[in-house]
Design a protein around this ligand. Structure first.
Ligand SMILES: Cc1ncc(COP(=O)(O)O)c(C=O)c1O
Length: 398
């Protein structure tokens, strides 16, 4: 057996299931789930139709590299969205389709980590759980970089000891962040890019919430944009991960891409050829259609905006709550223990939220997820409003 398997932590939703086991929520209130970050807005019809009209593609083995049209569409989208100069991304060498970012974030570590020399993988804390599992299974030691209220829930790159940076091979960042919804700015990226050069590590930038933002005039910047603006025009040491799951409400399609440093992607491509994770042709065609359309994405953002406005309006008098610049989460400070909060809220109001400590680890003397819960505003507007009213009633009992 692979000995690293025993190092894997139970997944947060497994812990949540156990937390709620044996509890009796009120039967007169239906469950409203704010725990799972699964988009619930309808999948756009034109994407569904596109899959149907390309079903004949199931008769062919797809290639690992994907259709040239898909890679070109992605390169064009990145160029538009992140203000790169025309032709600054080569779709042949700098873009690869992936079956959702989850598998790619995992597989990337397996192909990048050299298990000799005590490798370290740095990741934010709290974090998307795949980063940690990927690091452990690749034989690396995770280093948890706390994102705390005192730093506006952003990673403090300066706080990482030099001994760790020297051993770092891979650095996961997540902007906009899950669960915090915060955004790394140009100065933050510059700091990280300088460190990557000095200590020679790879940056894996998870940007799967980049299209779910509050201000239509200020879309979050991304790693490629920051690198390009600093003159790193071949995106050395930089790889970004993007997904259609949240952007286009099609988490079931399993479609995303990685893009950036061509030398790193050549090795990742080699790994994927053997791993056997090519994207099916109907999915590739539907993805082309999805990346080419922005209208449905703007409508999607508008729906989240309505929910944030309504929910914050209900809760603002009973707790400290603000809309994060991006994502569809509220990272709520609970005052009391976060697991107690989640348990009581479920028992009294039949609402499920995710305890923050299920998304984080104790590091450097603190668990940055404790005393927080993550609420995902994915349910329909009316359900989010009903949930906020119940949370308010609950908060008033504390
Ligand atoms: C931060 C983050 N990264 C990546 C993913 C994976 O998304 P997908 O595999 O659907 O692209 C998720 C999904 O919840 C996420 O929250």
């Amino acid at each position: 057996m692979n000995p690293h398997l025993s190092q894997l932590h139970p997944y947060p939703f497994e812990k949540l299931r156990r937390l709620f086991e044996g509890l009796t929520p009120p039967t007169d209130k239906s469950i409203i789930s704010l725990s799972l970050g699964e988009p619930k807005h309808p999948a756009p019809d034109f994407i569904q139709q596109n899959i149907i009209s390309h079903l004949h593609g199931l008769g062919n083995y797809p290639t690992t590299k994907g259709l040239p049209e898909l890679r070109q569409t992605i390169a064009d989208w990145l160029t538009r969205r992140f203000q790169l100069a025309p032709d600054s991304l080569d779709p042949e060498t700098q873009v690869l389709p992936v079956n959702g970012t989850r598998e790619a974030l995992f597989a990337f570590a397996q192909s990048m980590i050299d298990p000799a020399n005590r490798p370290v993988v740095i990741m934010p804390n709290p974090f998307y759980q795949i980063y940690e599992g990927a690091a452990l299974l690749a034989g690396a030691e995770p280093y948890y970089l706390n994102t705390l209220a005192e730093n506006d829930y952003l990673p403090d790159f300066e706080a990482i000891p030099e001994t760790i940076l020297r051993r770092c091979q891979l650095f996961y960042i997540c902007s906009p962040g899950n669960p915090t919804g915060t955004i790394i700015d140009q100065a933050g990226y510059q700091q990280l890019l300088d460190m990557a050069e000095r200590y020679d590590f790879v940056i894996a930038s998870d940007e799967c919430y980049s299209e779910i933002y509050a201000d239509e005039q200020q879309p979050p910047i991304g790693l490629l944009q920051a690198a390009y603006a600093l003159g790193n025009t071949d995106f050395k040491r930089c790889v970004v991960f993007h997904s259609l799951s949240k952007r286009s409400n099609i988490p079931g399609l399993r479609s995303g891409f990685v893009a950036g440093d061509g030398e790193l992607l050549a090795q990742f491509f080699r790994y994927r050829t053997y791993h056997g994770c090519a994207m099916s042709l109907p999915t590739q065609h539907a993805s082309i259609a999805a990346w080419q359309d922005e209208k449905h994405v703007a409508q999607n953002r508008e729906l989240y905006r309505q929910k944030y406005t309504a929910v914050i309006d209900i809760l603002k008098d009973v707790c400290t709550i603000t809309q994060p610049p991006a994502s569809f989460y509220i990272w709520l400070n609970t005052q009391i223990d976060d697991t107690d909060f989640a348990k009581k809220l479920y028992q009294q109001e039949h609402i499920s939220v995710l305890p923050g400590s299920y998304l984080s680890r104790l590091a450097h003397g603190v668990n940055p997820g404790s005393h927080h819960v993550r609420m995902a505003l994915v349910a329909p507007v009316a359900d989010c409003i009903e949930a906020a009213q119940r949370v308010k009633r609950f908060l008033l009992t504390l």
